[in-house]
Design a protein around this ligand. Structure first.
Ligand code: G6P
Length: 612
């Protein structure tokens, strides 16, 4: 939540900052602001998006070689001009941007108020910058020392960047719990919540660790100290991201581009990991943990949102192939309900961003209890990727659309590879079953290419149902999480209320909602429970509900009953979610576009939820 950018060097800061904000807008878009030091500190901010900020500063002096900028997802204080970042210090000589939550801000604010300070905003950020300046003035120390003292009093999460009129040649940043990357340029420095604003300027980056402070002075080496003043040697890494990976590439929206990228992203998620000819599935990052996985008494998958749905698909795969009991937990529930965790449990965090606060907290707790902690992440260098014992990257490439698409299928691909790898080693599937699964998995990218051809039909269906106030999604077995994911996609980007349900459970409640206005999306592919799902379709039809069915190519039975039939190519039952998800992604996309919704930046949402 919230995107932060900083620059210090020889170039003009403003264009770099604005470009950076556009790249990070997926993290929040309630308000935006920028502060630049050029002798004086100039600060502009406004409610709305980055484009509104650009309009707001038109005609203003934005010259200067050092600056900070912010795009906000509101936590403390409603989204308005005043609560927008940056926030001034009491003297107006310093400004700060912040991503995270200062949990003890109310107590700190009360203390500062009692000492005569006044506040213009409702934010926790303004409290922190007041505290920093208070320490700086009263203890007569420099900004870094004041920051260290202040951060030692703070409870919560932060990624912050500070500029000061008094020290115009220094940019100071710190992190704990919220991400921050430093780009090391040619005598200049870039700062951002993730690497996307940095990649076009430099490939050399340093990911800050918790409680580290970066001191950036143009022409000098990057200095890192901890909040307890230990000096750290920066660990320079090379960015592997390309600029084209973060552009729309001719598509009207990132979401559509990312849906169409799936044949490629899935190939990348399997590259070098499977071989049909050699009957191999091997996840390099988990090599040293294969025995742990094979011998695990239990696997616990923790995640949020769409990643949780991928976990549910993984549960079916791991249990059916690897024969290990699996629990799939919402990270936010898991961490607070005193779960029973054993040392021989393997806890796997699934996270696109690798920065979701609840998921981080859940695995931190499980680690303390002695479990093995693994990660399935998309973002290299992210917090989860760094704090887990080992893991596997999804290699889906940057996902910018707030609604997750290609990250979901890539997560499922990692989970199926994990299940196969364990199953083979454990002997829980036969050689021929293993071979057939690897063969089918290898063909998934081309099956997705075929599934994408339903786009025109989906547009037609979307036109028909775009004004429905509700929708029901039904699936059974491994397609139940697909129904959940389809419903989530529709509600998050089109604001239509949608529910995913196990088809058989429909009779225990949702059936009461069915009438001639209710579209019911049913995943009715030809497997074990096919006959049962046909009965469920009949139950819906008997109540005049409208059926949109996702079926296996060539299906004749469901066609007789459904209002619309979407065919997908045949594959192994366990792999159906990878293909069946595609038309549901397209359905939500087209309905949202027809309703005039902002597909890539749906209201109230943010891509990376770095607060609890
Ligand atoms: C937010 C995003 C979702 C995502 C979820 C979990 O809600 O909008 O698309 O699935 O967070 O994020 P993660 O990065 O941990 O997968």
């Amino acid at each position: 939540m919230c995107g932060i950018v900083g620059y210090i060097g020889k170039k003009q800061a403003y264009p770099i900052l604005i470009n950076g904000l556009y790249r990070l807008e997926y993290r929040g878009y309630d308000s935006a602001g920028v502060a630049i030091v050029n002798k004086d500190l100039k600060l502009y901010k406004t409610k709305g998006k980055v484009a509104d900020l650009e309009k707001h500063v038109q005609g203003q002096d934005v010259s200067g070689n050092v600056g900070i900028a912010h795009t906000r997802w509101a936590t403390h204080g409603e989204p308005n001009d005043v609560n927008a970042h940056p926030h001034y210090s009491p003297s107006g000589k310093m400004a700060m941007i912040h991503n995270g939550i200062i949990e003890n801000y109310a107590a700190l604010k009360e203390e500062l108020t009692n000492r005569g300070y006044t506040f213009t905003s409702d934010t926790d950020t303004e409290v922190l910058i007041h505290l920093i300046e208070d320490i700086k003035v009263n203890e007569k120390v420099d900004v870094v020392e004041a920051l260290q003292t202040a951060l030692n009093q703070v409870v919560g999460a932060y990624a912050i960047v500070l500029i000061s009129e008094d020290e115009p040649d220094t940019l100071i940043a710190a992190r704990k719990g919220s991400p921050l990357v430093v780009g090391v340029g040619d005598g200049d420095f870039y700062l951002a919540s993730d690497a996307t604003p940095i990649v076009e300027h430099t490939k050399d980056v340093v990911y800050l660790n918790d409680e580290e402070i970066a001191i950036l002075k143009p022409g000098s080496d990057l200095q890192i100290r901890t909040i307890s003043n230990q000096v750290k040697t920066p660990y320079l890494e090379k960015l592997e991201m390309s600029l084209s990976a973060i552009a729309k590439g001719g598509f009207p929206h990132f979401m559509l581009k990312e849906i169409y990228e799936q044949p490629r992203s899935i190939r990348d998620s399997m590259r070098g990991r499977i071989s049909v000819d050699k009957d191999i599935v091997s996840l390099g990052g988990l090599k040293d943990y294969e025995d742990k996985l094979v011998n695990a008494k239990r696997i616990i998958l923790v995640a949020c949102g769409t990643s949780w749905h991928a976990g549910l698909v993984g549960e079916y795969m791991l249990e059916s192939m690897a024969r290990i009991p699996v629990e799939v937990e919402y990270a936010s529930e898991f961490r607070y309900r005193k779960p029973v965790i054993y040392e021989d449990d393997v806890v796997i965090a699934i996270s696109q961003s690798g920065e979701t606060a609840d998921t981080i907290a859940a695995i931190t707790m499980a680690k303390e209890k002695g479990a093995t902690i693994l990660g399935i992440c998309n973002v290299v260098g992210s917090t989860i990727a760094r704090i887990t014992d080992a893991g596997s990257f999804t290699h889906a490439g940057p996902e910018i659309g707030v609604a997750s698409t290609k990250a979901f299928t890539a997560q499922v691909v990692i989970l199926v590879q994990m299940a196969l790898m364990i199953a083979k080693k454990k002997g829980s599937i036969t050689k021929s079953q293993f071979h057939e699964m690897v063969y089918q998995l290898d063909m998934i990218p081309s099956k997705i290419e075929e599934a994408l051809k339903v786009n025109d039909l989906i547009k037609e269906i979307s036109e028909k149902y775009k004004n429905s106030p509700n929708a029901l999604y039904l699936g059974r077995g491994v397609n139940y999480p697909v129904a959940l994911e389809g419903a989530l996609k529709l509600k998050e980007i089109s604001y239509i209320h949608a529910e995913g349900y196990p088809a058989a459970e429909m009779k225990h409640g949702p059936i009461a909602l069915i009438d001639e206005d209710m579209p019911v999306v049913v995943i009715a592919t030809k497997y074990g429970t096919y006959d049962k799902i046909i009965s469920n379709i009949q139950e819906v039809k008997a109540r005049k509900g409208k059926i949109i069915a996702v079926v296996t190519k060539g299906d004749k039975e469901v066609r007789k009953m459904a209002d619309y039939v979407i065919e997908i190519p045949e594959t192994d039952e366990m792999l159906v979610p990878l293909v069946a998800t595609i038309p549901l992604q397209l359905l939500s996309y087209h309905i949202a576009v027809l309703r005039g919704c902002n597909v890539d930046q749906p209201r109230n949402l943010a891509k990376s939820v770095t607060v609890e």
